[in-house]
Design a protein around this ligand. Structure first.
Ligand SMILES: [Cu+2]
Length: 119
């Protein structure tokens, strides 16, 4: 009887936790509807060098170099993005909220450029 009661309680608690998790996901899901695009930082290049995206999309920048550190940033009128120093193997993410053309540069390698075209 006690055992059964305990099982019911944990089941109930589990349901409540799941419900809370789903509720918490609600507003976030609107943002998650955007695509996730992977960009590789390797050999002093961004791959790809051009990306066509939609507002709400996420870019994941992955440092694919074995030794080089990268430092992605954007200087735009409406917002700024700075990933900081990215050691090899590290990744940084950016969610694009504004439409327009933006250039992701690298603070360490001035020739590294990735142009974003956000609709
Ligand atoms: Cu770089």
């Amino acid at each position: 009887m006690t055992n059964c009661n305990l099982r019911y309680r944990s089941l109930l608690a589990g349901t409540l936790v799941l419900s809370a998790a789903l509720l918490a996901l609600g507003p976030a899901q609107a943002h998650l509807s955007g695509a996730i695009r992977i960009v590789l930082q390797k050999g002093r290049h961004y791959d790809p060098g051009d990306l066509f995206l939609h507002r709400g999309d996420t870019i994941t920048l992955i440092n694919g170099d074995e030794n080089a550190v990268h430092h992605a940033f954007i200087e735009a009128d409406r917002f700024a993005f700075d990933a900081g120093d990215q050691e090899p193997g590290r990744q940084a993410t950016l969610i694009l909220k504004d439409a327009g053309d933006f250039v992701i540069q690298c603070g360490i390698h001035p020739k590294m450029k990735l142009t974003l075209h956000v609709q």
